[in-house]
Design a protein around this ligand. Sequence first.
Ligand SMILES: Cc1cc2nc3c(=O)[nH]c(=O)nc-3n(C[C@H](O)[C@H](O)[C@H](O)COP(=O)(O)O)c2cc1C
Length: 195
Amino acid sequence: MSASIIILYYSRSGATQTLADAIADGVLKAGGEPLMRTVTGAGDPASQRDLEISQDELKQCDGLILGSPVRFGHMASALQQFWEQTSVTWLKGELEGKPAAVFTSGSSMHSGQESTLLSMGVPLLHHGMLLCGIPYTEPAIQQTQSGASPYGASHVEHGHGKHLTEHEYQAAVALGQRVTVAAFALKTARTQGKL
Ligand SMILES: Cc1cc2nc3c(=O)[nH]c(=O)nc-3n(C[C@H](O)[C@H](O)[C@H](O)COP(=O)(O)O)c2cc1C
């Protein structure tokens, strides 16, 4: 059995993309297949490295991890626009019972990372996804002095630029692993009609 995990992110200058790559390491470590996808922002150029997500890919995934830079305490509008185009998937319940998680990158501490992570989870809950965080048994969550929180993976640029600290990297890998392990278990449950 395989588990395809979409890592859907928007990144203008690469910091969120670096976090997406660390999460992909975690997906691979747990035996999943990371599918790196992005969205393009209206009037706000996005990273061109990965392909734009299609609605078909969205409904076929076994899990989804959503990433955005902090934009005044919220996700980037390009991602919000994307979710507003997913009504058909929502009405058919195509993401229901699949695991999800969120990640973000911001320029400084205490300036909107937690509100961004929590609000990014809202459309995923509306889609019936099962939201995963990072537990306190993950040492990076207790030891970090920059990003990484129980609400999701994160990175603080101040003093580090795009480079993740070791704790930010470890937390991002742990989140990728956690969603992938959940994806395998939930896929089995869906196949057996239990979800
Ligand atoms: C319009 C705008 C609003 C932003 N708002 C915040 C903010 O509220 N808090 C914060 O820490 N950083 C904020 N930033 C900075 C970005 O979140 C930060 O530089 C991020 O790491 C960029 O990610 P990227 O390299 O993936 O594009 C803002 C940037 C822009 C352009």
